[in-house]
Every structure is written in C-alpha cells, then in structure tokens.
Design a protein around this ligand. Structure first.
Ligand code: MIC
Ligand code: SF4
Length: 639
C-alpha cells in the first residue's frame, strides 16, 4: 500500500477504498480557527452533541486578531468559552497560526486531523492525514462522527537529489503547482517520496503540504522518518513518533519526478498560485512591499534564514517589509538568539504571530503596488488592494529582494549558510488553555453573535433567474471576500451578505435580494481556495437555489450540499456558453430528480426555450442532505 492507503485503511469506518467511491474515516484530532470557528461552534451547539469525542480538539484564535471594534473580541470570548465547555483546548490570540502551532505541539504521524481551514494539510509534513473541511463537517467530527470523502487517487511525487544554492521548499511546491495547476489535485492526495525527502526538514515538508491546498488536493503527505522523530524530540514529544512510509512496491495513480538539483527559484505571478515562472525569467521587477510569514513560511528555520539575509543590512527605502513569525515559540526563540534584533535593525516591521496580511488583516499595499509575499494565495484583491500585483515567493527571495528593492534571484546571491534544526525548541504552552482546568464554563455571547441561516427542504419546482455568469477558477475570496473590514462579521451572515461576489460584481447582492434569489452559473473549479462555509451560507441567505458550474472545488461543493444548495455540473460544456445573465431557469420535479439516483438533473431555460442536462452524482447520504435542506435539518429529522 502507499502511505495514504495505509492511514485510510487504519481509520476506515465505511466504504470501499476504490478511487472516487465515498468512504468515511474516523477522525483523531480536529482544529478550528476563529474566522470559521464561530460558525462551526454555533453549528456544533445546534447539534447538541455534548463534549467532544476526539483524542484532541483545539480551537485556535489567529485570524481576526485586529480588534478595531468589539466584534472580534466578542468572537474570541465566545470561542474560548464554548470550546472549554465542550472539552476543547484553546490556543489564545498571540500564540500563533493554527497550522504552525498544531505541527509544533499536537500533530502526530499516522493520525487523522480535520480542520475548518483549507491549509490543515500542513500536518502532512509530519505524516498525518490532515484534511481541510467546512465547519459543519468539523463539528460532526468533534461529536465523534466520521468524515465522509471520496476515496482519493494518489499521486506520487518523487523528489530526487537535493536543493541547490538558495533554492527552497517553496520552490518545490511552486514547481508542483506549475505542473499540476490549481485544479490538478482535485480528488487526489499528493504523496511525497524519493531520496530528496530526507534532505528536507519537517518545516520544509510542511511548506509543501500546506500549499498543496492550492492544487485543490484532498491533502498531501510525507513519510514519517528519522527527521520527523528528531523534530518531535526537539518539541519534547518523541513518544508521539511512529515510523511510516509507503511499501516498496506501492502503486500510485499518477507519478511525477522532480529533480531538486535542477530546480531554480520560482514565483507565482498575479493572480493565481499556478501562474508560476522562474525569477530569472521575470527579471528585476521593482517592488513596493515584502511580507514574510503565513502558515506556509513562518517556521523558525524560515525566520532564521531571513534574519541571516537581513543582518547588517537596511531595507530598501522604497520597500515596506513586514515579518510575522508563525508562532510564539518561533518569536521567543528569535528574541532569545538575537535574530529578532537583526530583523528590527534592518527596518522590518514585526507583526504579531497571526495570519495578518495573508488574509487582508492590515498591510494592504499601496495603489498599483508590487508586493512579494511568502504566502500561499495571491488571488485577485485578497491583499485588500485590488490594483496590487502579488507574487508568491520563498523567504530567501523575499528577504534578498527587500534589501535590493527589486525582485532578486537568490540563486545569484551569496549562498546562505545552512540553518541548523534546533536540538530543543523553546517549549511554553501557557497560552494554551486546557479544558480540564476549567469547570462550569458559561458560554459568552456578545451582540456580534447572530444566528446562522438554515435551508428549507428542497422544493419540487426550483425556479429563478440566472443572477450572474462567472468565469473559471472563481475563488471563495470572490464569493465571500475577507479582509479587515469584513472578517469581524463572520458570525453575522446578514451583514456579510451585502458583499457576496463584490470583487466581480458589486451589484450582485442587491440584485439577488431584489429577485428573491436565483441561480449562479460558473466555469470550472468554482469555489477554489478556502474552506469558509460563509461562501455557501451567504448565498443561502440570498436564496441562491443552485450553482451550475463546469466543475467544483472539493470543500466548496461539500459546503453547498451541507447547506442545501444544489451543485449542478454542466454535462455538455457548450450549455455554459448558451446561458446569459437574466435567463429564467427552472427545475421541475426537483425532489424526484435528485432522489432518482441517476445522477442527472434536467434544467429548463425558460427564457430561451431549451432544456439541458446537468450532473449531480450523489451518495444516499448527500441526497438526503439535499432533500432535507442541509445537514442540520437531516440530523434533526433523524433524531
Ligand atoms: C484562507 O487562507 O483563505 C483562510 C482565511 O485561512 C481560510 C479560512 C477562512 O476563510 O476563514 C481557509 O483557508 O480555509
Ligand atoms: Fe492564515 Fe493565511 Fe494560513 Fe489562511 S493561508 S490560515 S489566512 S496564514
């Protein structure tokens, strides 16, 4: 078996391990973060599941840390109290980004983890099967329910040799993105192997599995080997280590080989993580901003490389450099060994250990700026400045460029001395609250916590206008934008609804309200990007009945079904070309069509007088969720 199959087999609850077939797996650990967490816990409470049944569940507060009004602080107080009451540990604001802290303090090789954040696969860096999902699926897992997914295909990525001259782990995942594209990983797990694996540290592996999310992959995974053991030992957790790898004769569905020796520094160009070009070819583009951090590249090792490059230098006068270490452990170690002073002396603006600029929580660049970021997403307008051009690069590229003031190829800069993996990390868990230390917790609900919308059972005639026709690769950042102004309202769906699809069409929300809902039509890979359930809850609030697309991203499709919205796929892509905004569509006998098990739904274009076929492949479970109007209604009905 390959490694993915081994972990799935050890956790299989239901189903057959055949690619594409629905299976369910037992979940050992869960994580939530605050911007999806409020909703996940409101739903968890609505399910009335009592205390969590997992081995470990952690609620992180790391996204909405800018507190310019009472809203974020309200959400923090709600999350802390609801989590402790139900047996969930809480990582307080300032303790770090969920994925970085989870890797350091809780992740275990061979275990399953589901998190309400699309970058949960970071845990694959230590050999976990770590999967991002919508809040409802995480709530179910916290309650002891297994996670349903389609048995993935497994792609073998063989890493050969070793990275050369200032080329980084980020360049490996950018190369995979160049080869596979942002939809190339849908329905697949990316499994790394080969002699190059042992040359990579755990944080480097985690950079690669983290950004596997941008492939649309179910997750990515590395073997657990001696390097993993050393990492866990340095975290004081050697007893959590087990050795894990694929069998020698393991079979894979696809194979890719990457020769690390030949790899050169790369950048993902605006506005997509797969628009990858070599830095040499891009040339010396003048830059205005450099942001170093995010769950992709904020480890101790990354920060030390940056500090070495900045030591004794000054940031270019035209560049604003921000650095956000990934966790308090990283920050404390940098403070202790003097590296932080080197960064500060060079002129870096040190931000707190949180997501920060990655999710538009401050540091939006100036008009028409070029911003280099070590992050994982450069979707249009995500930085908060629609006219900005964001390039995704390694910490090495970012730091050399910040000093020079232009995009700099690190392969042409002096070779950095290697950063040694510490024998012991600085361990201090005093910002992690353990539920066993808190008795009789009262859940705190400030005025920012509003009830969430619930779908109604499917109606037999579904009818409405085509409210918008969208292109390929529409992200959840388009559907439900997130930035410092909107993130405080993650537990207030009516407020967020006014911003639905705003970056593509500022009139969309008003139109949807005026027409009493309707249909969204889109190209391929609709809903790529984050796990935010809000990208389904807000359309639900706006009475969107169905999304008809060429194809869907995995988590978003699940979120639509979980909330009772039909995700229909064009069978003949030419039908996408025939629909125009404003066309009235109708689905007759909708309940019968959905329940018929033929996997097809006929849609009528009333305005243009023709009908077309759409695909809706469903298991019995998903069918019941759609007929009942979402998971919560379905659970309530079964009780
Ligand atoms: C992101 O990187 O887009 C986020 C913010 O972490 C999201 C979660 C969210 O929208 O709250 C994700 O990746 O799932
Ligand atoms: Fe936070 Fe950015 Fe990572 Fe999302 S991608 S979890 S916003 S650091």
């Amino acid at each position: 078996m390959n490694l993915t199959e081994k972990i799935i087999a050890a956790h299989l609850d239901e189903g057959e391990m055949k690619a594409g077939k629905e299976i369910s797996i037992f979940i050992d650990q869960t994580l939530t973060q605050d911007s999806t967490g409020t909703m996940a816990y409101l739903q968890f409470e609505a399910m009335n599941l009592g205390r969590v049944k997992t081995e470990k569940s952690v609620a992180y507060i790391d996204h909405n840390t800018l507190q310019s009004g009472f809203e974020n602080a309200d959400d923090h107080a709600y999350i802390q109290s609801v989590a402790l009451k139900h047996g969930i540990s809480v990582s307080k604001p300032g303790n770090g980004i969920c994925h970085q802290v989870h890797l350091e303090r809780f992740g275990k090789p061979g275990k399953t983890l589901v998190g309400s954040d699309s970058h949960t696969p970071t845990g694959g860096g230590i050999g976990m099967l770590a999967i991002g999902a919508g809040g409802l699926d995480v709530a179910v897992a916290m309650g002891g329910g297994s996670l349903h997914l389609n048995m993935p295909k497994v792609v073998k990525v063989e890493l050969k040799g070793a990275l050369s001259h200032n080329t980084a782990a980020k360049d490996i995942i950018l190369e995979v993105l160049r080869k596979l594209t942002v939809k190339g990983g849908v329905g697949k797990v990316i499994e790394y192997c080969g002699d190059g694996v042992k040359t990579l540290t755990v944080p480097e592996r985690a950079t690669i599995t983290n950004m596997g999310a941008e492939l649309g992959a179910t997750t990515s995974v590395f073997p657990s080997d001696e390097t993993t053991r050393e990492f866990l030992k340095a975290q004081g957790r050697e007893s959590d280590w087990v050795e894990l790898s694929a069998d020698k004769d393991a079979k894979y569905d696809e194979e890719i080989v990457i020769d690390l020796n030949k790899l050169r520094p790369l950048a993902a160009c605006p506005h997509s993580p797969d628009a990858v070009r070599s830095i040499r070819e891009l040339g010396k583009i003048k830059i205005d901003q450099v942001c170093i951090g995010s769950c992709t590249n904020s480890s101790y090792m990354d920060m030390m490389k940056v500090a070495k490059i900045l030591k004794g230098k000054t940031v270019n006068p035209d560049v604003s450099l921000t650095i956000s270490p990934g966790s308090r452990q990283v920050l404390a170690m940098l403070a202790k060994n003097g590296a932080l002073a080197d960064m500060i002396s060079a002129g870096a603006r040190i931000l707190e250990c949180a997501c920060g600029p990655c999710i538009g929580m401050g540091q939006s660049p100036k008009t028409d700026a070029v911003s280099l970021r070590t992050f994982n997403r450069n979707f249009f307008a995500r930085s908060g400045t629609a006219s900005a051009s964001v390039y995704l690069v390694s910490p090495e590229t970012a730091a050399f460029s910040a000093v020079n003031g232009y995009l700099t190829d690190p392969a042409e800069c002096p070779q950095l001395e290697p950063v040694e993996m510490p024998e012991k990390f600085l361990i201090n868990d005093n910002l992690i609250l353990k539920p066993e230390d808190f008795k009789d917790v009262e859940v705190v609900r400030g005025p920012n916590i509003k009830p969430f919308p619930k779908a109604e059972p499917l109606k037999n005639t579904v009818t409405g206008e085509t409210l918008i026709v969208l292109d390929d690769n529409i992200t959840t950042d388009h559907i439900m934008p997130s930035n410092a102004r909107l993130l405080p309202y993650r537990s207030n769906i009516p407020y967020l609804a006014d911003w639905c699809l705003n970056p593509v069409d500022p009139e969309f929300s008003a139109r949807a309200k005026a027409k009493n809902g309707g249909f969204i039509v889109a190209g391929s890979n609709y809903g790529q990007g984050s796990s935010r359930e809000h990208a389904a809850l807000v359309p639900l609030y706006l009475k969107i009945k169905a999304v008809i697309a060429k194809s869907f991203a995995r988590i978003h499709r699940d979120n639509l079904i979980n909330n009772g919205i039909l995700p229909l796929e064009f069978v003949d892509e030419k039908d996408y070309e025939r629909i125009s905004a404003g066309d009235k569509l109708e689905i007759d006998n909708a309940c019968h069509q959905v329940a018929s098990k033929c996997g097809k739904v006929i849609v009528k274009n009333i305005t243009k007088g023709y009908e077309f076929e759409t695909a809706l492949p469903l298991t019995d479970r998903l069918m019941a969720n759609l007929l009942d109007g979402g998971v919560l209604n379905n659970i309530a009905k079964r009780r």
